[in-house]
Design a protein around this ligand. Sequence first.
Ligand SMILES: Cc1ncc(COP(=O)(O)O)c(C=O)c1O
Length: 497
Amino acid sequence: MGARHISFTPAKPLLASELNQSTLDAKYAVRGKIPIRADEIRNHIESNPNSHGLPYDRIISANIGNPQQLDQKPLTWYRQVLSLLQYPHILDKVDASVIHELFPKDVIERAKTILGSTGSMGAYSHSQGDSYVRKSVAKFISERDGYPADPQSIFLTGGASAAVQYLLQILSSDKNSGFLIPIPQYPLYTATIALNNAVPIGYFLDEANNWSTNPTQIRQLIHENNAKGINIKALVVINPGNPTGAILTKEDIKNIIDIAAEHGLVLIADEVYQENVFEGEFVSMKRVLSELNEQHPELYSNVQLASLHSTSKGVSGECGQRGGYMELVGFTEEVRQVVFKLASINLCSVVSGQALMELMVNPPKPGQESYEVYHAETSGIHSDLQGRSSSLYAAFNKMEDITCNKPMGAMYLFPRLNFTEESYPKLYKDSDDTGVVVDELYCVELLESTGICCVPGSGFGQVPDTYHLRTTFLPPGTEWIESWANFHKEFVKKYKG
Ligand SMILES: Cc1ncc(COP(=O)(O)O)c(C=O)c1O
């Protein structure tokens, strides 16, 4: 073949400015600037293990609630069933007495039941998720709340994130679609609102009142935004709260439902931390709505609620497996069909994540072979997390010019940095000179000095002129807390006065 004689001016690669503007505008602090810098430091340490020149040997990833990245062990029950699901050859070909030496009987039975419904883990499932798993989820919800749940209303999703994406996409009918979100919030919400070119309307949680909601303020925001031509579609509630760690009272939840009923707002109840409760009681939005509906159907029967749950949190911590569900209540069949279409376009959520959801909502019962180990492991993780939250909370409240509300649940603390301009003039000067906000400056110096990676409050939203940071309490041990306390002393010495 002869040589090709070609001549043209090669086209340039794309510029970011040529991409979808909404994607460019979206921000996600949990994996933002500071975690990216932490990755660079981690790479530097890994490439220069004996000569990295830093006063620490590893990065402590306190920026994200990712328990198994921080040494939490997966539950034996989950992984035993999953291993049979992924390699069913063992069930078919290995002699029964040999399998029983490796796996408890209830594990083998459950794996067979799941495979009987899903077929292979490698096959697409029904768009809404496997019907056996959806039945288990409905049973779990009805036992939790004392009110029935319909498997037809359950959508199994790739973590709760996919449910949030579906809901916000469907509800963003035009650029005037508004979403009431708590401030501080988990930044998935602001990011997804930005991706859909819709309007975030932040309602402030009351820090002085253990991060409670203020219905008067929410009503005021509805009034103001309606007057501006914003069509408010939904009200988001995160309970237990990320980043606040607070748990809503039943009274708070009733007030929120009243607002939704009065204004026709879809309620999005993000309840992924419902198992992570240390103080008080988690009451689901579904339960409170069902009670109100029973008493006053004339007021509440039109309320539309989407409740979300996940296998990523609780004591499961299986973030990488992408299991989640949403339950839709009160939506018309017409709207449910649109959600179904969107789920169908995405084909299905990861089938092994669906199986994990089944194992989470339908765990071994007392008397079954796996029960003892399951119970010991889950209660061990729960008390461990509670202990870690208390240690970090105590440490923050000993630090000068930091205050922190007592965590009631979830996996985070959101301490406040009480660094006023009068007391910390040098800090504000540095912030002005560099254009880096005060809480971000603190997080950058914390990372560079100790290897601890957390996220500035500005990434979650906060009352103007207040500064916070969000950290998980998941990292094991107390050494990192001591190193944080020492850093803090130095920081105060450097900037105060
Ligand atoms: C409040 C909240 N909602 C949703 C998610 C998403 O979790 P996943 O998609 O892993 O279920 C998170 C993750 O941290 C969260 O904190």
